[in-house]
Ligand binder design. Structure first.
Ligand code: C2G
Length: 128
């Protein structure tokens, strides 16, 4: 079984997230998502609208997602890849190059982002 792993906040779920998850799943048979905890989001200077628990329930309901694990820190990726036996690590290409250190442990693929949508854009558009 070919395992794929990716990470993110996945707040205010939108088509950019779904496009990423669909393409990530297409690269294997089983997709694990490392979901940023509220505490880790603070480290990323991000504040999610939905709590970790709610973002986890939402992600787990997506047909492309097989498992959701917490992302607590930047340093856990190598351990996650090894412990979960992930064959492929996937991220949107806004992260291009940032996780190349994982190439020693698995395939690293950066996928083109979906243009024109982001959680930040949704928040800004809603604020009028
Ligand atoms: N994404 C995308 N297209 C968009 C918006 C997001 O392809 N229009 C992708 C991002 O590149 C990322 C995933 O969707 O791969 C989740 O995006 P975020 O929730 O914004 O994740 P981020 O805050 O970038 O956290 O350790 C890695 C971090 O946790 C990534």
């Amino acid at each position: 079984m070919k395992k794929v792993i990716t990470y993110g906040t996945y707040d205010l779920l939108h088509v950019g997230h779904i496009n990423l998850l669909r393409r990530a799943k297409e690269l294997g048979d089983y997709l694990i998502v490392g979901l940023s905890t509220d505490e880790f989001n603070a480290e990323k200077h991000k504040e999610a609208y939905h709590s970790y628990e709610d973002r986890k329930v939402i992600l787990e309901s997506i047909k492309y997602v097989d498992e959701v694990i917490p992302e607590n820190c930047w340093e856990q990726k190598i351990d996650d890849v090894v412990r979960n036996g992930a064959d492929v690590f996937v991220m949107g290409d806004d992260w291009k190059g940032k996780f190349d250190f994982l190439k020693d442990y698995c395939e690293v693929i950066y996928l083109p982002r979906t243009v024109g949508i982001s959680t930040t854009k949704i928040k800004n558009d809603l604020h009028g």
